[in-house]
Structures are given as C-alpha cells and as structure tokens.
Ligand binder design. Structure first.
Ligand SMILES: NC(=O)c1ccc[n+]([C@@H]2O[C@H](COP(=O)([O-])OP(=O)(O)OC[C@H]3O[C@@H](n4cnc5c(N)ncnc54)[C@H](OP(=O)(O)O)[C@@H]3O)[C@@H](O)[C@H]2O)c1
Length: 260
C-alpha cells in the first residue's frame, strides 16, 4: 500500500555516522515521517536524545519485527550480514528499500536482487549516493575509451569494515565493462587512515602522461540528496535500481545541442 501523503520511513543504522546524517534530513523532510529506527546497542534509548534533536521522540528498537507498521521504506546504512536479513524481511512485508550498506557478498546481492524482482517492490541499492561519485563514474567511463591502463585508489576512515569500498567495486565493474576486461584485472589500492572520510581517485596512465579523476567526500551531507530522492523514487516505482543517475533522473548522454 503506497498511498501515503507522508512517506513512512524506518531507518537502520540511525546511530551511525551516515545513518545520522541521512536520518536527520529524513526527519526534516516535509514529505517523510520517520516512524522507526533500529540500533543493536541502544535499543530503548530515545533517538532524539542521541541526535540532540528536541523535536524528535523515537525509542530505538533492536529488530525490524519490533516495528508495528504495515508499510514503510526501509533505509539501511549498517553492515551487510544483519542488513541482508532485515532487507529480506522487509521484502516479505512488501516494504520498499533504500540500501546504502556496502560489502554484500555476490551471492547475497544476487539473492537480494532476485527477491526484489519477485516481490515487485521498489529498491535502490547504491554503493554511493553522492552526486560527485556518480559524475566520477561517467568521467572514468569516458576516459577509459582513450586510456587502457588504469588503477583505483580509495581511502576511508579506519572504522570502515569493507575493503575495497563498495564505490571502488562499482567503479571496477564500470571500467571492466568499458574496457572489455574482467573486473579483477583492475587494481584497487585501499587506504584506511584517520582524517579520511571517503575518497577515490581513478588514475589512468599512458606514456608520458597521467589523468586522475578524483572525488572527495568531506562531510556525510554529500549523501543526503541522493538518499531522499531514492526514498521518493522507490515509494513510487517498483524494481531494482543500482545507478544513482536513475534516481536523480539525470542521464549519462550529453544534452542535445541546439541546431544553428
Ligand atoms: N551508499 C552510500 O552512499 C554510503 C555512504 C556512506 C557509508 N555507506 C555504507 O553504510 C554503512 C554504514 O557506514 P557508517 O560509516 O555510517 O558506519 P558506522 O558509523 O559504523 O555505523 C554503523 C551503523 O550500523 C549499525 N549496526 C551495526 N551492526 C548492526 C547490527 N548487527 N544490527 C543493526 N544495526 C547494526 C550501528 O548501530 P548500533 O551500533 O547502534 O547497533 C550503526 O548505527 C557501511 O556499509 C558503509 O560502507 C554507504
């Protein structure tokens, strides 16, 4: 049932770095209502007190089953093992999904994709919700038409669990498809250092020159617009979306040139 004026949202990962940034934006959005939030460590605690948000009173719960809603969009920014279980449960209930969590196994991702299509729910499973990461993918795809030697360097904060990042894995898939090479022939170098948030450089080389396409996230507000747009999109449209361009309804092709 999707006839809500306010889109109901349940957030897993509300106490995390990214979940907090996107959750506060969901709470502020005039067309969304944050109905539930999950935490394994802070179940029972008021999310408003954790966020320092006086206008929010929402007790955190441990499990999705603790939320008594017939429909919501599940937004998940956690870790892949618990996320997969939650996502499959939400699909069984015919909820829609916005999944930012990265690090799913190939089998896990295939199972998720199959169940989304079978159930006919809307799902955006996107490794990077920032516009800059999407533009960097398009630029790298274009550059790979001219340069065949390429390596990826990604850097993140030391508490990031997956290595390489989901963003780097997505980039190697795009480059591999464009270059006609297996994904694992494109080297990825991962840095995990204090002071980093989320950074990626795609470095192309040919004799006497290098070309670097670089994207830096300094603040997790970079993901907010993409996540809000994805919530609106999956609430309206069924099927699996893995490309942010489809969510933002921007297109990779150059705009038509005016005729002279
Ligand atoms: N797609 C994108 O654009 C994007 C952007 C940034 C990050 N990410 C991904 O989002 C995920 C979170 O990243 P982060 O940097 O925000 O991590 P983080 O700060 O460590 O937050 C992790 C969150 O996951 C929750 N969590 C951990 N284990 C859980 C479990 N078993 N059950 C339920 N919740 C659990 C934690 O809550 P409690 O400890 O309270 O349970 C916490 O809220 C990662 O997979 C990261 O790669 C994606």
């Amino acid at each position: 049932m999707k006839d809500h004026n306010m889109i109901p949202v349940v957030l897993a990962g509300a106490t995390g770095k990214t979940g907090r940034a996107v959750g506060q934006a969901i709470h502020q959005a005039t067309d969304m209502k944050l109905l539930g939030a999950l935490s394994s460590r802070y179940a029972g605690v008021d999310l408003g007190s954790i966020w320092g948000e006086n206008s929010l009173h929402l007790p955190l719960v441990r499990n999705l089953q603790d939320i008594q809603e017939s429909y919501a969009v599940l937004v998940d920014f956690t870790e892949p093992q618990s996320a997969l279980q939650r996502i499959l449960q939400a699909i069984d209930w015919h909820w829609d999904l916005v999944v930012g969590t990265t690090g799913f196994s190939r089998d896990g991702f295939e199972l998720l994709s199959k169940r989304v299509e079978q159930a006919g729910v809307g799902a955006a499973v996107i490794a990077n919700f920032s516009l800059g990461a999407w533009v960097a993918q398009r630029l790298a795809q274009e550059a790979s038409r001219y340069f065949s030697a390429v390596e990826v360097i990604e850097g993140h904060h030391p508490t990031k669990r997956d290595r390489p990042s989901g963003t780097a894995r997505a980039m190697t898939e795009i480059l591999g498809a464009s270059l006609g090479r297996p994904t694992d022939t494109i080297p990825v170098h991962s840095l995990r250092l204090p002071g980093m948030v989320a950074h990626q450089a795609v470095v192309f080389g040919s004799p006497g020159q290098m070309l670097t396409i670089r994207h830096d996230v300094h603040d997790r507000s970079a993901y907010v617009d993409g996540v809000l747009a994805a919530i609106r999109r999956v609430h309206q449209v069924d099927g699996l979306i893995t490309d942010l361009g489809e969510v933002l309804q921007v297109h990779a092709d150059p705009p038509n040139q005016a005729s002279h």
